[in-house]
Write a protein that binds this ligand. Sequence first.
Ligand SMILES: Cc1ncc(C[n+]2csc(CCOP(=O)(O)OP(=O)(O)O)c2C)c(N)n1
Ligand SMILES: [Mg+2]
Length: 389
Amino acid sequence: MGSRFYSTDWPFREYSLDDIGFDLRRALGLYRVIDEEGEQVGDFDVDVDRLLEMYVYMVRARILDDWLLRLQRVGKVALHAPNKGQEAVGVGAAMALDGGDWLFPSYRELGAYLVKGMSEEEILDRAIANIDDILRGSEFAVYGKRSVNLVPAPVPVGNQAPHAVGAAMAAKILGHRTVVMAIFGDGATSRGHFHAALNFAGVFKAPVVFVVQNNQWAISLPSRRQTASVTFAVKGVAYGVPSVRVDGNDVLAVYTIAREAVERARRGEGPTLVEAVTYRMGPHTTADDPDKYRDPGEVKLFEKLDPIIRFKKFLYKKGFLDEDQDRRIWEEWSSRIEDTVKKCYNKPPLPVDVILENVYSKPTWNLLEQYEELKESLEIIRELGLEVD
Ligand SMILES: Cc1ncc(C[n+]2csc(CCOP(=O)(O)OP(=O)(O)O)c2C)c(N)n1
Ligand SMILES: [Mg+2]
């Protein structure tokens, strides 16, 4: 007997093997515009001003990330999830959106928050939970701003995937031309939420873009233990969602594919999944010590792939930026952000009764009892002169 014969010839077949082959190649490959040496290896359609804008957003995200880490270490910020090494994903993806589009990000996308229109001052107010915190002391390490359609990340990883599909379906039903983007980590793909979101979006052609930020780790779990699939992008193909794996340390690759996906969604052609392959250079959060579970040599390897350095090399080679201008960009933003840190650091904290806000329309008796106890404890601390801000 010869080998088994598989036919695709069946009356209800609605796909072509050629189409699936094309989708699979994009989901298994790695799309790039710039190589490690900063050489252009793919096409892009972005003018010089916008290229420099992208670069500046990445620089701002790096400087701010560094400050948030330091502020956590001196006890001014409760928790921070470092972004270092992943700036190209947030910046490239968010820049693909238009002003009125919605973003449902994760907790590790400072660049995306900046692009979407949350300023360094608003991010720092939030992280410090001072009087100007626009989320009024709610969950730490998440950022959002209603007026720019930036939705705070949910703490359960991946919940933003179905939330984004819901928002996209609402936009579609209302006849708005709004596109919704969700960004979440490799770890989130193991949750049912991810699969339900992809399935629903695929069937109903929701105008949504899913960005899986594959930074190789979910706290201490490496991505090879997260899934037995060869890539994360290939999962999308099974749901009928065109999926593309891109080099997440190449901001132009992320932008180009995300922009294609946003335009596709706006034309009513449905969802796209983008897997951005990157690397988490720092700890998971400030409450984590990665030396306990990962080889520091691995980080050294990825330092060479730093997305900011790669983009800088590209801009130099093209003659869009020189060393002098680059130094000025870093100096200007370092000093502006330092001033903002000082300003936010010295603002008064939120009042303690903020804990009663946004929980129940009328606080319950036990919440009020706890609030009275808290006030008494704070009074004792004040009397003892142990006040902390
Ligand atoms: C449903 C759920 N399970 C577990 C956690 C604890 N947790 C917080 S972040 C995280 C890892 C997430 O990894 P990934 O999705 O890859 O995102 P990354 O932190 O790498 O950006 C886990 C397991 C959680 N917040 N929610
Ligand atoms: Mg991860």
